[in-house]
Design a protein around this ligand. Structure first.
Ligand SMILES: Cc1cc2nc3c(=O)[nH]c(=O)nc-3n(C[C@H](O)[C@H](O)[C@H](O)COP(=O)(O)O)c2cc1C
Length: 184
């Protein structure tokens, strides 16, 4: 039996990311869980229009998506509670810049996506920024055979409508492979 629970977006769990933008020439970081992989070279982030971050993304047409490990949960939560409107968050992390020069990235996060805005979608409360990934940066210690080992990244996961932060599980089957048993 199914129970209907309303029209809720239960696309969960999602990774909690830290999105970086320069606002008035200074780095600002915001926790964003409404994040999506559009395709192999584009991401979407959905940020409420009145957030301080949005002004910077509009100003420069650039942003970064940084993937924190569970060791950064306090800093991540802080960036999700405090606004750059009232508090300078530029020194919470060590910032570095890449090719675009205006998308601040977080040295402490093992994976960083440097993005250029290619489209903006205006929703009722949120702005959805579609970013083309211009460069991806990665800490050496999480690389395995040229790819990212997410067990080493240890990302923070979040369930929409929930409050808990979750940690990543373990691989249990191989994609494009385990279903072969059902091919006849
Ligand atoms: C775990 C977590 C996830 C969040 N995800 C989003 C999100 O996807 N979109 C959004 O607009 N706000 C989200 N927020 C709220 C913003 O991070 C928060 O309002 C922040 O203080 C805004 O910062 P700013 O004003 O400096 O841009 C989230 C907060 C937390 C704690």
């Amino acid at each position: 039996m199914k129970e209907e629970i309303g029209a809720k977006n239960y696309l969960s769990p999602l990774p909690v990311t830290l999105v970086g933008a320069n606002v008035g020439g200074k780095p600002n970081y915001i926790a964003i869980a409404f994040v999506g992989a559009v395709d192999y070279s584009h991401v979407s982030i959905s940020s409420a229009r009145n957030h301080y971050t949005n002004a910077g993304i509009r100003e420069n047409g650039t942003f970064s998506v940084n993937i924190p490990g569970t060791d950064l949960v306090k800093e991540t939560d802080y960036c999700g509670m405090v606004s750059g409107k009232d508090t300078d968050k530029s020194a919470v992390f060590e910032t570095f810049y890449g090719e675009l020069k205006t998308a601040p990235m977080i040295a402490e996060c093992p994976v960083n996506l440097e993005c250029r805005v290619v489209q903006t979608l205006e929703m009722k409360i949120h702005e959805v920024f579609i970013g083309e990934i211009v460069k991806t940066y990665c800490n050496e210690e999480v690389l395995e055979n040229g790819g990212v080992d997410f067990a080493k990244v240890d990302p923070i996961l979040f369930v929409i409508y929930g409050k808990d932060y979750w940690s990543f599980g373990r691989p249990f089957a191989r994609g494009w492979n385990v279903g072969k048993e059902l091919m006849r």
